[in-house]
Design a protein around this ligand. Sequence first.
Ligand SMILES: Cc1cc2nc3c(=O)[nH]c(=O)nc-3n(C[C@H](O)[C@H](O)[C@H](O)COP(=O)(O)O)c2cc1C
Length: 148
Amino acid sequence: MSKIGIFVGSVYGNAQHVAEEVHTLLNKHGLFSDVFIDPTLDDFKNASSLLFISSTTGQGDIPPNLEFFIQDLRDQFPLLEQKPFAVAGLGDSSYGETYCGAGRQIFELLSELQGKPITDLLEVDACETLEPEVEVVGWIEKLLSELK
Ligand SMILES: Cc1cc2nc3c(=O)[nH]c(=O)nc-3n(C[C@H](O)[C@H](O)[C@H](O)COP(=O)(O)O)c2cc1C
């Protein structure tokens, strides 16, 4: 059975909340998914499709909970052989050049690993919305057939 891996990078809980809402949505549609806050390479390899939902911290940086995992991916470079992926970045455009930096880094890395992006990076701007989950859930609803 296909299993969607939802990988979360979050400092203050916004992205985690979004991921939980997405998990509920997928359940409603009969799609099996797991939310990973502290993922391992096996979680990554075993998922049939990959969904990353990550905020940005510092100056365009990956949240600490995903930092070592992303470093492991860079070091071990497990090729994805066209495994489908999508990335939603939560950020704040007032940070200027580092806006959604973590989401952009993750999108680039998954592309380098030869995953297949099912859509462009979604950038969710905290200056524009107080309900990032609404934007991300709406986005996922349009991608359901490709995530299966
Ligand atoms: C210390 C700090 C640094 C941040 N740095 C950036 C940044 O470089 N780029 C960006 O787009 N957003 C940045 N943000 C905004 C967060 O990514 C945004 O508020 C996000 O919704 C937080 O989600 P989280 O609660 O899941 O961590 C920063 C926020 C804080 C508090």
